[in-house]
Design a protein around this ligand. Structure first.
Ligand code: HEM
Length: 221
């Protein structure tokens, strides 16, 4: 029996499972950390689930998730352009918000456990350790993007200004990758892989798109 047309989904609408599945995937590392801390605090203080140094492990896991979700956010538009798969665009805003959430919790955890919530101490650390300064730049670049991720914000700012503002996502990606490069001692490949990914995605974004002119209107996804 045919469905009433009011309930029919548009042909290019994302499949219903897509957003919940991506939310679950991105939330999993955070849930793993929560479970690890619950075990340490309430049932087994000797647990090694979060390694022998759970505080350092948590700083790094939150930082990595912030960077990974940021890279995934940057990848959305190039993936759409290369594959033509429109539903992927519906993931851009949620991935960006996840990246900001992980980065904010990463900073919150650091402020709480290392600096006793002192912003003056954070600034002193940033002046002493350049990697902290780059982390701050990354987070500060992400904050206005999170704050203007709604349709109402696009309307209030106007499409062009909103798009120009949202180019800050590349600054956030570069600052996050440099933060990681400077944080490790000696040469390690992993931070350079993230830096390479951010640069490659930036270059892909700068390449002219054949259909860009006809799709100029911005979307919060
Ligand atoms: C004010 C902002 C930030 C502060 C204070 C900060 C601080 C830190 C600290 C203390 C560490 C651990 C260092 C260690 O254990 O030696 C760290 C690691 C890290 N942070 Fe941040 N961070 C900030 C923002 C960011 C942002 C915005 C990103 C990504 C977008 C990020 C990604 C990372 C990564 C990838 C690591 C290393 C992970 C690893 O080694 O496995 N951080 N950060």
């Amino acid at each position: 029996m045919p469905q009433p047309s009011a309930r029919r989904r548009p042909l290019n609408a994302p499949p219903r499972w897509l957003k919940p599945a991506v939310h679950l995937l991105v939330a999993m590392p955070g849930l793993f950390l929560l479970a690890g801390w619950a075990e340490l605090l309430f049932t087994n203080p000797a647990s090694l689930r979060l390694s022998a140094e759970p505080v350092a492990y948590t700083h790094n896991a939150l930082g990595l998730m912030a960077l990974r979700t940021l890279v995934a956010t940057l990848a959305v538009t190039p993936v759409h352009r290369l594959t033509g798969w429109t539903p992927v665009m519906s993931l851009r805003r949620m991935l960006g918000l996840w990246a900001f959430a992980y980065a904010a919790v990463h900073l919150g955890f650091y402020l709480w456990l290392e600096l006793d919530f002192s912003l003056a101490a954070l600034w002193a650390e940033a002046l002493k350790k350049p990697f902290i300064l780059f982390g701050m730049v990354g987070l500060l670049a992400m904050a206005p993007l999170a704050a203007t991720s709604t349709r109402a914000a696009i309307k209030a700012l106007g499409g062009r200004r909103w798009q120009a503002l949202h180019r800050l996502v590349y600054l956030a990606g570069i600052a996050g990758a440099v933060h990681f490069i400077l944080r490790v001692k000696g040469f390690q490949l992993e931070p350079w892989i993230y830096a390479g990914l951010v640069l490659a995605l930036l270059l892909l974004r700068l390449m002219p798109s054949r259909r860009r002119a006809s799709r100029a209107s911005p979307q919060p996804a």
